[in-house]
Design a protein around this ligand. Structure first.
Ligand code: ATP
Ligand code: MG
Ligand code: MG
Ligand code: MG
Length: 505
């Protein structure tokens, strides 16, 4: 099955179970002080779960574009390094608002995975909430009994509150969840492990694909639990992970979700994907990041120097640096991926194709501006670690003479291999290096950054500029603040007017 067919099969399956197909909400969240970006399918239904909005359809299904780069869910450091965490990803979901509950949700997820998608049953295992006596939370024996009809008991794993209990906050709706994992190890490897070893022990070929949340309690201010008058189901399945399983690949990036972009990058950079781990990671990062960048811009948030705008600028700069350093791409290139992506999402998320030219121009502008200072910043960074490294070697010469083994040298020097906060601040202030980029570059050479000192320098600068201007330091303001909820796209504007319009004076 192609990715498009897989997505369609999900929606059709739940439509056949009387679910109403709804569109994805934008990835940029407006008017919610607790959330900058949509990070789960359920976000757009928050008010329904809280009983604050009328329920139009008791059963709903969709594919939601999500972003997990800030706040409670931040997967950025994993992206490109592992093969199944993305910045932007699609979450397939089905919901029951006070309608069906565990029995149907569990039976349908099993039916879909094993009969429609035909995943071999012995590759699947599930987890249920084990309960938490201290917090007065009962074990989800109901889910356990339901799963027993489909899965052998040794493949029903007990999970703790962190992994298998969902709550919106300290009070409000909450409940146990049940995850479905796929073990993609070879049959031999699978047979060699049993019981506890089945648990997703960070094995790259054993991955969580689907989470079923059962909202059944309301937690009151005194901490006690009351049954909810209406029980809800909220599920989320990682689309790119599902595609990987069904296309029998060992990485999400080997599927037809990412390959068109990866091949486009490889061709342009004159490298072959799969030939070298470093260039592979760079291509994965670029293919991943351009999705996040493009959809955030298409959904109404320009790169800027604060809040959501800065999150997206950081991601963009991170991608540019990977391209520059590991693929030797010294000219703006990321923007050329926008049309490739837009083409791929036609008929799924048309928002991108509709604003393709504008999005591409914004990405190009950002690239041009960062590339102007990137080379000098990298050079400064290299000189710094080289000079400081030599200094440390000479200061520790006596200890180091005992052995010249790399590990020995590292064990002696590691606590001192710290980049000063002042220098990290200079990279940020003068060369536009977001601090997480500096940390990443440091980590690549096994250095760390003195964040305490960095934050001090940042604070001092803020105070200086506050005193100087008494206004916000950002040179952009958030588009959605301007356009509020009426934002319908950039089509009406020319980019030049946009930039003039939104650049602060
Ligand atoms: P993980 O433990 O792998 O980080 P999670 O438990 O944080 O996943 P959930 O919040 O349960 O994820 O989200 C539901 C589903 O969304 C997951 O089962 C997974 O398939 C998918 N998913 C979550 N985070 C990502 C991501 N960063 N990239 C791609 N898919 C993801
Ligand atoms: Mg996670
Ligand atoms: Mg998990
Ligand atoms: Mg989960």
């Amino acid at each position: 099955m192609t990715a498009k067919e897989i997505r369609q099969a999900y929606l059709k399956f739940f439509e056949s179970k009387q679910h109403h197909i709804v569109p994805s909400a934008p990835i940029v969240v407006k008017n919610d002080p607790t959330l900058m970006f949509t990070n789960a399918g359920m976000n757009q239904f928050k008010d329904l779960f809280l009983g604050e909005a009328p329920i139009k359809y008791p059963r709903v299904t969709d594919t939601q574009r999500c972003l997990r780069v800030s706040g409670k869910h931040n997967d950025l450091e994993e992206v490109g390094i592992d093969t199944y965490h993305h910045t932007m990803f699609e979450m397939l979901g089905n919901w029951s608002f006070g309608d069906y509950f565990k029995k149907e949700a569990i039976a349908w997820s099993w039916e879909l995975l094993t009969e429609v998608y035909k995943i071999p049953k012995d590759k699947l295992y599930v987890s249920i909430f084990e309960g938490d006596e201290k917090e007065g939370l009962p074990r989800d024996t109901e889910a356990y009994e339901l799963w027993k009809q489909f899965v052998p008991e040794e493949k029903i794993i007990l999970g703790n509150k962190k992994d298998n209990f969902w709550e919106m906050g300290d009070t409000g709706p909450c409940g146990p969840c049940s995850e479905i994992h796929v073990d993609c190890r070879s049959e031999e490897e699978r047979k060699a492990v049993s019981g506890k070893d089945l648990v997703n022990a960070d094995h790259p070929q054993v991955i969580e694909i689907w989470n079923n949340v059962f909202m059944q309690f309301n937690r009151l201010k005194d901490g006690s639990l009351q049954p909810l008058p209406a029980q809800h189901v909220d599920t989320g399945m990682g689309f790119e992970r599902l595609v990987r399983v069904l296309q029998e690949k060992s990485s999400n990036y080997d599927t037809d979700v990412f390959q068109p972009m990866i091949q486009f990058i490889a061709k342009h950079a004159g490298v072959v994907y799969g030939a070298d781990e470093k260039t592979d990671i760079a291509m994965r990062v670029m293919a991943d990041h351009i999705r996040a960048i493009s959809f955030v811009i298409a959904d109404g948030q320009l790169p800027s120097n604060n809040k959501a705008g800065y999150v997206i600028r950081r991601i963009l700069r991170r991608a540019v640096r990977y391209a520059y350093t590991f693929l030797n791409l010294k000219e703006p290139f990321l923007n050329q991926l926008v049309p490739v992506l837009a083409e791929q999402f036609k008929g799924v998320f048309d928002e991108l194709a509709l604003q393709q030219d504008f999005v591409q121009k914004v990405v190009l502008e950002e690239e041009v501006s960062f590339l102007r200072t990137l080379a000098t910043g990298i050079q400064r960074f290299e000189n710094y670690t080289k000079k400081q490294g030599e200094l440390l070697m000479s200061e520790n010469a006596i200890e180091l003479e005992k052995s010249f083994d790399d590990n020995w040298v590292y064990s002696i020097l590691k606590d001192q291999m710290v980049i000063s906060g002042e220098f990290a601040f200079e990279l940020n202030d003068t060369y536009g290096f977001p601090i997480d980029l500096t940390e990443l570059m440091a980590r690549e050479q096994r250095w760390t950054v003195d964040m305490v000192e960095y934050n001090k320098a940042l604070l001092m600068q803020k105070e200086r500029s506050r005193a100087a201007t008494a206004v916000d330091t950002g040179d952009w303001i958030m588009v959605n603040a301007e356009l509020e909820t009426d934002f319908v796209g950039y089509d009406d504007f020319e980019i030049e007017t946009q930039i003039i319009k939104y650049r602060k004076v």
